[in-house]
Design a protein. Sequence first.
Length: 156
Amino acid sequence: MITLIVAMDLNRGIGKSGNLLVHIPGDLPRFKKITTGHTVVMGRKTYESLPNGPLKKRKNIVLTRNKNLEIPGAKVISSIDEIDNPSNEEIFIIGGGEIYNQTINIADKLLITQIDKEFEADTFFPQLNDNWLLSESEKVTDKGDFTFSYNTYLRK
């Protein structure tokens, strides 16, 4: 199973200048809880934005066009087809925008933190089409000045 996990604003914005749009206090612990023990796949730019290198207690895979790149603690691949999953476990795609565009058509599930606000963004999540069914939604109020929802979409 391939799951895309993302936080996005009302315009599908997910990042600006290589950073997340906003820090949501409860969202990072939730992300860690969901992805720990699993494989996470990310693009090189997303990897480089991580403050402490590969994510602990997860198998890290970095997708890049640079076939000579080596990253201690992560497997480097140059194609989505190189993702190996012999036991058919859940694999999490964690960004960025290019990687989401490459994988949305093979994903089984989307875990979207939908922020009820617009931010200035330069990176966006792909537009959802009719292939997705909203199966769960939980509205949350942040300690800041906006609300958001944890939405789970399943491929129809």
